[in-house]
Structure formats: C-alpha cells, structure tokens
Write a protein that binds this ligand. Sequence first.
Ligand SMILES: C[S@@+](CC[C@H](N)C(=O)[O-])C[C@H]1O[C@@H](n2cnc3c(N)ncnc32)[C@H](O)[C@@H]1O
Length: 359
Amino acid sequence: MDGSTCMTEVSEEQLSEFAGKVMEDIGGAFAVLLSFIGDQTGVYRTLRDIGPCSTAELASASQVDERYLREWLSAQAAAGYLIYDGTNDYFSLTPAQAVVLAQEGHPACLQGLFQQLVSQFTTHEKAIEVFRTGAGRPWGEHHGCCFCGTDRFFRPGYAANLVNAWLPALDGVVQKLSTGGKVADVGCGHGSSTVLMAEAFPASAFYGYDFHTPSISVATEKAKAASVQGNACFVNASASAIPDGDFDLICMFDSLHDMGDPVGAARHLRQCLAADGTLMLVEPLAADSLADNLHLLGQIFYSASTLICTPASRAQEVGLALGAQAGERRLTAVLKEAGFRHVKRATETDTNMVLEARP
Ligand SMILES: C[S@@+](CC[C@H](N)C(=O)[O-])C[C@H]1O[C@@H](n2cnc3c(N)ncnc32)[C@H](O)[C@@H]1O
C-alpha cells in the first residue's frame, strides 16, 4: 500500500479527530514554555499577589516589557492558564491556577516538571544524535535546568510522603532511625530526600552519594541552609563504590533505573547493609506490561525515559537501560539477582512505588 492509497482510506472524521488531538498537544507544548517564562520572570507570583489587574499594572509590578507581556497574557488566557475579564481588560489567576503555576513546594505545582521539559528542548540536537546512534548520554551532560527541575519536581512529593508514609511502611526502620541509625541515600541528586530525613531523625547519620559532582555541591549547600550539616553529609561516589558502612537503611530515589549496572550496584549496596538492614527503592509507578502503561502518566515517564533515563544508563558500564517504566516484576528480578532474598512492595503513591528489599 503506498502513501496515496493510505490517504484515501482515512475518513475526514478520523483525520480531524487525530489532528485535533495533536493540535491540543502543540498548544500544550507552547503553554509549557510560556508558563516557564512566567515562572522565571516572576509574573505569575506578582499576578497572584496583586490580584486582578491590567497589562500595564502587571508589567510595571513585575518589571517586564509591557508589549511582550500583553502577547504572553493573551496566549495564556487562550490556553486556560489564567483568566481574562473582557469587561475591564483585566487578567487574574484562579486559586487552582495559582497553586499549579506559582506555589513553590506544593505537590501540585508543576513548574519543576516544566523546567525539566524545557531543558530537553534546549538540547534537542543531542537527543536526536544519540537516538540515531544509540550512544549514551551522561546525566551530567544535560542542561542545568534538568537537575534543578528534577529536584524541584520531586521534592514536594518527598516532603509529603517520605517521613510520614514511606519510612513507616518499612519494617522496623523508623524505630532504628529514631534511636540512631546509619542511612545512605544513593543517587541523591540535589539531596532533598537526604535533608528531609536528616531533619526528621536528628539522632541518625545520613550520607548522600552521587557521582554528579555539581549535584553534590548543591546538596551540601542545601544541608547547610537546613542546618543539618551535623548529621547529613554528601559524598561524590558512584553507587558501586560507596564505602561499606553497615548501613541500617539504604535508599534510592528514582536513581536505580538510571544506572548502567543496576544489578551490580544493588549487589554492592547489599554488601554495604547491616545484616538486618533494609534497601528502600523508590521508582516511578508502572505496571509490568507496556499495554497497561498506555496512559498519560506512562506517556510522561516513557518520554522522560527516552530523553534522559535510558541514555543515562547507556552512558555507563553495562548499559542495561531499565527505563523509567520497568515495573515491579522487573525491578524485583534485578534485586533478587543482586542477592536480596526478600522483596515486596511496601507502599505506593499516584506516581511512585516503594519497594522494600532485605538481604
Ligand atoms: C533522576 S535523578 C534523581 C536524583 C534524586 N534522587 C531525586 O530524587 O531528586 C538520578 C540521579 O542518579 C544519579 N546516578 C545515576 N547513576 C549513578 C551511579 N551509577 N552512581 C551514583 N549516582 C548515579 C544521577 O547523577 C542523578 O543525580
């Protein structure tokens, strides 16, 4: 069947339905970039704080160019990202828009994800090149917004769940941390998870490890800012080279699937655990089969995985490329191959699964 035959078989209705869906996605892609501009220039925060206002008032209060702002506001109003009142030519944010677009730290605020996404467009030539050649793309070679966006997006979820729900779901761990335990956070990135735990359990010692030197520097600064440098420190190390420390708990937040040799790393971490220690693996929520992951969350995770996680794994030794939607069955197989005898799903959220593994 050639292309022209194929075309004649497409009904107008099917064509307009699918083209309409894609047009919506194009509108969404523009909205994300424009929204990130609103975040970086502080326009949303100003609009939220001063309330309904004219373009001129908002331009003056947020110190941006009035003409560009007018175009931006028009696009954002058309996208449904803010409200336009034609009776007085005023713009405003609804409470929900203010939370999603401007409330830093709220679990529903999506600017971190916007930032991560924009970073991928910024370096699209590299994405195309590795897609074609199959070469790896090290985590550290992404645009800086990728690291900041990742931390900004994940942190509110950790703040909401880690201390209150995930650690209590592990057998006996909270008790050990309350009286004084030793914890490693492997692939800690900017260290938000480490700092949150160090704040909650002052009697315990926390070590964040990552092989990305700039992230370790940021994490160290965050520990200082949170005044937890007494019981939290950050070390530049690859997962398979962290020192054996008789750890009571080793955590991995969204990092195992990025590793080139997750089996080798998990095997090494098992040896770094105390005999009755626990590995907590936090990974994106996913079903075991592709067919069951074909929904919006799956689309987002598979997309990030195509651009970031899979090439990051490929850039390392072994290059297993688990992907961000590996699913519980595959992750359990990795942990069992690494020598963990007991693996179970301890808990989950709408976006993450938490696996508990014991030697
Ligand atoms: C998606 S980021 C998650 C960062 C952090 N855990 C968080 O939740 O915000 C993955 C992290 O794993 C780190 N990483 C990947 N492979 C690693 C390895 N083999 N050894 C140590 N760190 C690694 C990366 O440098 C990156 O900081």
